[in-house]
Ligand binder design. Structure first.
Ligand code: MLZ
Length: 316
C-alpha cells in the first residue's frame, strides 16, 4: 500500500510539475498538433540563422521526430542548422516572392535568374507542399522603417538605436542603425528587448547612437528622425509579455548547444524574469547556459517521446 501510495504521489507530483511547466511554454516549445510531413530532399525557403535578415533556398537534409536539419543550397554542410518542423522561420517555396521578401538564391545563381520551377526541374527535386507549414495568421502594429531602442543581444549591456528592418506575421526584424546584419534578430512585440523611442532617457540609461554618428554623446532622437525621414514605432505597438513560469529545479528537455542534433535531460538551474539557466543533468555546470524562456530548443518533459525523438539520458 505504501509503495503504491508513494508511487501515485510521485506520479501526481510529476504530473503537476509538468503541467505547471507546460503552462509557461510557448507554442514553439510544446508538442505540435500535427505530425510533420517533411521528408529528406524536399526544398523550401527560410531564414539563415547566421544572417537573420536573409531568406535562403533550403533542402531538408535529415528528419528526426519533428525536427529538421536544413541545408542552405549551394553552401557547405557546416552551415546546416536544426529547426522544429513548426518553426516560424521556414516557409514554402514561392513565399518570398509572394510576400515581397528578397530570396537569397543558391550559390551560383543570381537573384534575377533564380526561378523555383526551373530550379526544381534542373535539380530533380520537389518543393515541400504549403500544407506542411504551420500557418500563422498573426500580425503586429510595427511596419518597416520604424525606429526604436533595442538591446544588442550580442552585447546585452547596450541599448542601441534600431530600426524595424522587416516584418513577418507577428515577428519584426530588429536592425541596429549602421551596423552589419549579424546583430539583427527576430522577435515579437512582447519581447523584453525592444523599447519605444525615449525609453533610455526615461530610465536614465545611456542609449548607444548609430555607428559613425558625428556626436554619439549628444544624440537627439528628434534630429535623427528628421534627418532620416523616419518615424518612431508607436509606444502602443509594444506589448511586454508576462514573466515566464519556469521555476528552479523544473525538469525539461533541451537541445544540446554543442551538438544540436541531440536533446538532453535538463534542469532549470536559475531564473530571471524572461530568461533561465539550463543545466544538462549529469554534466559539469561549466556547460550551463542562460537563454530566453521562449527559446524554441526547450521542451517539456515527455516531448521527445511524444514526437519520436531520442532523448539523451544523464551520463553514468
Ligand atoms: N564592441 C563592439 C560593440 C558593437 C555594438 C553593436 N551594437 C549594435 C564593437 O565595437 O564592435
Amino acid at each position: 500500500l505504501s509503495l503504491s501510495l508513494s508511487l501515485s504521489l510521485s506520479l501526481s507530483l510529476s504530473l503537476s510539475l509538468s503541467l505547471s511547466l507546460s503552462l509557461s511554454l510557448s507554442q514553439s516549445q510544446s508538442v505540435p498538433r500535427m505530425k510533420s510531413g517533411f521528408k529528406v530532399g524536399l526544398k523550401l525557403e527560410g531564414i539563415d540563422p547566421s544572417h537573420p535578415s536573409m531568406f535562403c533556398v533550403l533542402t531538408v537534409a535529415e528528419v528526426i521526430g519533428c525536427r529538421l536539419r536544413l541545408h542552405i543550397d549551394g553552401y557547405a554542410e557546416c552551415y546546416d542548422f536544426w529547426v522544429n518542423a513548426d518553426s516560424a522561420e521556414i516557409r514554402p517555396a514561392g513565399w518570398c516572392r509572394e510576400h515581397h521578401h528578397k530570396l537569397h538564391p543558391p550559390k551560383g545563381y543570381s537573384e534575377t535568374d533564380f526561378d523555383w520551377t526551373s530550379y526544381l526541374q534542373s535539380t530533380g527535386s520537389q518543393a515541400a507542399p504549403p500544407s506542411m507549414f504551420t500557418c500563422r495568421p498573426a500580425t503586429c502594429a510595427f511596419t518597416v522603417g520604424m525606429k526604436l531602442e533595442a538591446v544588442d543581444r550580442k552585447n546585452p549591456g547596450l541599448v542601441c538605436v534600431a530600426t524595424v528592418a522587416d516584418v513577418m506575421d507577428d515577428q519584426i526584424l530588429v536592425h541596429f542603425d549602421n551596423w552589419e546584419d549579424t546583430y539583427d534578430y527576430w522577435c515579437d512585440s512582447s519581447s523584453p528587448y525592444i523599447h519605444p523611442v525615449g525609453w533610455c532617457e526615461e530610465q536614465g540609461r545611456p542609449l548607444t547612437a548609430p555607428q559613425g554618428h558625428p556626436n554619439p554623446e549628444g544624440f537627439v532622437w528628434e534630429e535623427y528622425l528628421r534627418e532620416t525621414g523616419c518615424g518612431a514605432a508607436p509606444p502602443s505597438a509594444f506589448t511586454l509579455r508576462a514573466p515566464h513560469g519556469f521555476q528552479v529545479n523544473h525538469r525539461l528537455e533541451a537541445v544540446d548547444r554543442r551538438n544540436p542534433m541531440l536533446i538532453r535531460v535538463a534542469t532549470v538551474a536559475d531564473i530571471e524574469d524572461h530568461r533561465l539557466k539550463v543545466h544538462y543533468d549529469g554534466w559539469s555546470t561549466a556547460f550551463d547556459f542562460w537563454c530566453d524562456a521562449d527559446l524554441c530548443d526547450l521542451h517539456p518533459v515527455g516531448w521527445c517521446q511524444r514526437t519520436g525523438h531520442p532523448l539523451e539520458p544523464p551520463p553514468g
